[in-house]
Design a protein around this ligand. Structure first.
Ligand code: GDP
Ligand code: IMO
Ligand code: MG
Length: 423
């Protein structure tokens, strides 16, 4: 069977830490979408590691990892990450395999991402500039190169043909930067990629399932960044929701069991786009400082605000969430008052649904207030020992979402996680 773990907000919910925590329960951790736009932070023996391309099960000896067909792969990022985990004693060639259908991010995709963002000016998406959008465009446009292609002796010719196409587009943007250094590192990284286990992803995974292996599909980004159901056009270019597991790994829907949604106890967003509960005041600044809210991939300060239960309820619905993990609960420890958005007021009318066009709609969040617990919870290990104020906050969220909060994360460390009594 396949369980899914994914983000319910706009990314950076703490998925990496939670996958790393759950990994020992699974035989395989599989990324099904996204690419190096992801930045998943784990603490391994107290050492901070940020993974962009490699699944978060890599540090567990008995866990295999898969980069699935729905991912877009930057060989250069993979190569840097390969070195990073090698320094920590892991040879990723042994416990990571890559689907031959996975699309490659080329140096020109990165250039096109940059050129496209520059051309949009103030209306830019705020992309991570990793080439995600252009790589997925080449996939749906039926031009892209895939991991399996690197084993073909004509790979360089295929690359040059696509590069020329990209060059014409770059010229039309007036993009003049020299990317020859990127190309050099790209071809070096392709050499390393050839040393990985390149598999027929869908047969490989289905065979593992037939043998009774347990798979955890690791989401990247968040549900509100889904290309179809997120805050379009301020989204990423893949299906980040649970449906993406089927198309990204080649597994049938009946194989999916639990859908574990991860949310912060508040809310953040990095990049442009609507964010109804964003706080532009000192409370928002306090969340950023206490929560250390700076992007794991780009270092950009994250926009911060209160938890948005309308958006979370929507995310639970489209994902079929069966349980919720709440992270960064400790960040709220010092706040005397907390708020949770329970409705959107639009032109004076309240609704509890997410409008299709959030950007052009003036949304006023309607809040419920909670008393803060003002207690340090970072050392708590049992649900019963959590402050009553926090339990009330969690109970309310349980009721609103209709899916139980089964774990509460109370710090970035591996052992800072509390199963709730509702588990
Ligand atoms: P991901 O992209 O969803 O894996 O999340 P990121 O790694 O981008 O961002 C989450 C950040 O929060 C990382 O710096 C984590 O180390 C940190 N983090 C995760 N869980 C907790 C938690 O419960 N409390 C605190 N204070 N930090 C956490
Ligand atoms: P993880 O997996 C937070 C955001 C970017 C931008 C938009 C589109 O760490 O949660 P893209 O580079 O995908 O074209 O950018 O999506 N974004 C993320 N925000 N966490 C992420 O990943 C993100 N990946 C992309 O900031 O607004
Ligand atoms: Mg992240």
């Amino acid at each position: 069977m396949v369980d899914v773990l994914l983000g319910l907000q706009w990314g950076d919910e703490g998925k990496g830490k939670i996958v790393d925590y759950f990994a020992p329960k699974y035989d395989i951790i599989a990324r099904f979408q996204g690419g190096p736009n992801a930045g998943h932070t784990l603490y391994v023996n107290g050492v901070k590691v940020v993974l962009h391309q490699i699944p978060s099960g890599i540090f567990h000896e008995h866990t295999q990892n898969i980069i699935g067909s729905g991912v877009v792969l930057d060989a250069v990022t993979l190569s840097k990450e390969f070195d990073k985990v090698a320094q920590m004693g892991i040879d990723a060639r042994k416990n990571l395999c890559i689907s031959e259908r996975t699309h490659l991010i080329l140096p020109t995709h990165r250039a096109l991402d940059k050129a496209s963002e520059l051309s949009k000016g103030v209306e830019k998406i705020g992309s991570t500039l990793k080439g995600i959008g252009p790589a997925y465009m080449d996939k749906t446009g039926r031009n892209g190169l895939r991991v399996g292609d690197i084993l073909d002796k004509n790979f360089t010719t295929q690359y040059i043909r696509l590069r020329m196409k990209h060059q014409r587009l770059l010229d039309s943007f007036g993009f003049q930067e020299d990317i020859s250094a990127w190309e050099e590192e790209f071809f070096d990284a392709i050499e390393l990629l050839r040393q990985f286990k390149i598999v027929n992803g869908e047969y490989h995974i289905n065979e593992q399932l037939r043998q009774g292996k347990k798979i955890l599909a690791e989401g990247a980004q968040g549900s509100m960044l889904d290309v179809d159901f997120g805050t379009f056009p301020f989204v990423t270019s893949s299906n980040t929701i649970s449906a993406g597991v089927c198309t990204g790994l080649g597994v049938a829907p009946q194989k999916i069991r639990e859908v574990i949604g991860v949310t912060k106890a508040y809310c953040t967003r990095v990049g442009s786009g609507p964010f109804p509960t964003e706080l532009h005041d000192e409370t928002g600044e306090k969340l950023r400082v206490v929560g250390n809210e700076f992007g794991a991939t780009t270092g950009r300060p994250r926009r911060c605000g209160w938890i948005d239960l309308v958006a979370l309820h929507y995310a639970c619905m489209i994902n079929g969430v069966t349980q919720v993990v709440m992270t960064k609960a400790d960040v709220l420890d010092e706040f005397p008052e907390l708020k949770a958005c329970e409705a959107y007021s639009i032109h004076g009318k309240q609704q509890a649904t997410v409008p299709y066009q959030m950007m052009k709609t003036a949304i006023e969040p309607v809040y419920r207030s909670f008393s803060g617990w003002q207690t340090d919870i970072t050392g708590v290990q049992e649900y019963a020992a959590l402050p009553d104020g926090m339990k009330a906050y969690i109970d309310h969220i349980n009721g609103f979402l209709g899916a139980p909060v089964t774990y509460i994360s109370n710090g970035p460390g591996r052992d800072q996680i509390i199963p709730s009594s509702k588990d």
